[in-house]
Design a protein around this ligand. Structure first.
Ligand code: DOR
Ligand code: ZN
Ligand code: ZN
Length: 400
């Protein structure tokens, strides 16, 4: 039996100092007959492992950027015990055979739970639907993340199939002509909301970043469409366009926006329009990110810093509560994807993040477990890095 000793656990909206016991893959009650292995959790929050529904693991296809092994080790370091992996990989999981390739590597190499997305359209080309009826029996969500779907009839067909099979559609809302401009996002959001309303599918907007997008989503939710949800990424909450300075580690899609949009993103999270924080972990090679800004690919890594960033900027500062924090990174993403509810209590799975909420730590390139080191947060001092992470009762990360 494992004992997580002297940590804080959230119970009825209060932090309570409590020892937690693990046996096998479950949280259990104390049993005096068992031999005990103690982990010191003094100064830590003991919380259910986070669920990040927006991660690019790159394998199969782009193992020079990341692998399922390195990406899931990076997640474990970040206190994330369940991830949803985006389908812009090769072979594309747009048919059962392609999906199977990814699933086999997950079985072999993943150290946290991984749920693959299937593509919405074949090779994410937006021309014909992926094998959705078949894939619906094997995944929880469809997405063409990386590109916006322009053919609205095709998108509506996908939504109907998803609705019939209780599958989430996760949208990278982007107009092909307006591209990275703020309107490139919100024009797409506006038209896709109509499809979400019409079909009633669980329609989830990824990485929302503009004031107008949040206004459209909020308006739809207010008129009763609770099938429409959205997520925000840490970089749109805590960084803005004035910080880019042609540095490719500040280049991603959607791009960093104005301070006004950043504040709207924060407000959308605090007022409940956005219910989920997801990393959009997008590793690239050093060579790719050393290119001049215009030539460097979009994306930054984010698994290791998502929880510390949110803890430091919103919880430590008392802009939000620990309860809200756990809702954003654990409960709401799990609920959207139809995963079981989790708690730090006997009988629940021992997927646990032990987060140090006392120590200030400077994030360094050397400590990164992802293959990608494309992080704008290197050199930043944050609170809330993990001391330990457990998956199914097994230690998958331990602070050095
Ligand atoms: O920044 C991004 N990176 N945005 C995307 O839409 C795709 C992603 C990637 O795959 O690198
Ligand atoms: Zn995207
Ligand atoms: Zn993405």
């Amino acid at each position: 039996m494992i004992c997580l000793k002297n940590g804080f656990v959230l119970e009825n909206d209060e932090l309570i100092k409590k020892d937690i016991y693990i046996k096998g893959n479950k949280i259990v009650d104390f049993n005096s007959n068992d031999k005990i292995e103690v982990y010191d959790c003094e100064g830590c929050l003991v919380m259910p492992g986070a669920c990040d529904i927006h991660v690019h693991l790159r394998e199969p296809g782009f193992t020079n950027k990341e692998t399922i092994k390195t990406g899931t080790l990076s997640a474990a370091k970040g206190g994330i015990t369940t991830i949803f992996s985006m389908p812009n990989i090769i072979p594309y999981p747009d048919n059962l055979l392609g999906l199977k390739v990814e699933e086999d590597i997950i079985k072999r190499d993943a150290v946290v739970h991984v749920f693959p997305y299937a593509c919405t359209t074949k090779e994410e080309k937006g021309k014909e639907l992926a094998d959705l009826e078949i894939l619906a029996k094997h995944v929880k969500a469809f997405s063409d993340d990386g590109v916006g779907i322009q053919d609205l009839d095709l998108l509506e067909k996908a939504c109907k199939i998803a609705k019939d099979n209780n599958i989430v559609v996760a949208s990278h809302a982007e107009d092909a002509v307006l591209k990275y401009a703020p309107a490139g996002e919100y024009v797409a959001v506006k038209r896709e909301i109509e499809i979400a309303k019409k079909t009633g599918v669980k329609y989830h907007f990824c990485h929302m970043s503009t004031k107008e997008s949040f206004n459209y989503i909020k308006e739809a939710q207010k008129s009763g469409y609770d099938n429409i949800t959205c997520e925000v990424a840490p970089h749109h909450l805590f960084l803005n366009e004035t910080m880019i300075n042609n540095n490719p580690n500040y280049k991603m899609n959607p791009p960093l926006r104005s301070e006004e949009d950043r504040l709207a993103t924060l407000e959308a999270l605090l007022d409940g329009t956005a219910t989920i924080i997801a990393s959009d972990h997008a590793p690239h090679t050093k060579e790719e990110k050393q290119r001049p800004y215009e030539l460097a690919p979009n994306g930054i890594i984010g698994l290791e810093t998502m929880l510390p960033l949110v803890y430091t900027n919103l919880i430590k500062t008392k802009k939000a509560t620990v309860k809200q924090f756990i809702d954003w990174v654990v409960n709401n993403p799990r609920k959207l994807m139809g995963l079981s509810a989790v708690m730090i209590a006997p009988g629940y799975p021992a997927d646990i993040a032990v987060m140090d909420i006392t120590k200030l730590h400077c994030y360094t390139e050397e400590e990164i477990l992802s293959k990608g080191v494309n992080s704008p947060y290197i050199g930043m001092e944050l609170t809330g890095f993990m001391r330990y992470t457990f998956v199914d009762g097994k230690l998958v990360y331990k602070e050095e």
